[in-house]
Design a protein around this ligand. Structure first.
Ligand code: AMP
Ligand code: ZN
Length: 113
């Protein structure tokens, strides 16, 4: 069982921001910034290294990239935002379905962490 696969399949509700046949973008349940959206490929990859290991994964990363301007448009964060991918245990990844945090809606610190 994978939480984000369940969200993609609609078994668990989410607040959708953008969707097409390849990706889903939805609001993070515990937002760190006024706009906090997660973009996930609909196909399950464990993490970004898993994505990098196949042509299919690389294509899916391109699909995630396509969703970025759509999320920007839908949330009005064209003044700027930050994209974060937490990878594996030391990267702080808690959900093992690759996802990209889009953080915005406020001027973020120039310090990354
Ligand atoms: P990470 O720590 O990078 O694995 O991020 C996982 C993110 O998923 C966290 O920011 C959580 O707040 C978020 N999250 C967990 N469960 C849900 C959910 N049901 N709907 C939306 N976001 C969730
Ligand atoms: Zn999954």
């Amino acid at each position: 069982m994978c939480l984000f696969c369940d969200i993609v399949e609609g078994k668990i509700p989410s607040t959708k921001v953008f969707e097409n046949d390849k990706v889903l973008a939805f609001k993070d349940i515990n937002p760190a910034t006024p706009v906090h959206v997660l973009i996930v490929p609909k196909k399950h990859f464990d993490d970004i290294l898993d994505m990098a290991s196949s042509e299919e994964g690389k294509e899916a990363l391109g699909d995630v990239l396509d969703a970025v301007p759509e999320v920007v448009k839908a949330t009005g964060i064209d003044e700027g935002f930050r994209i974060i991918n937490n990878c594996r245990e030391f990267g702080g990844q808690t959900v093992k379905h690759v996802h990209f945090h889009i953080l915005g809606g406020v001027k973020l610190s120039e310090k990354m962490i």
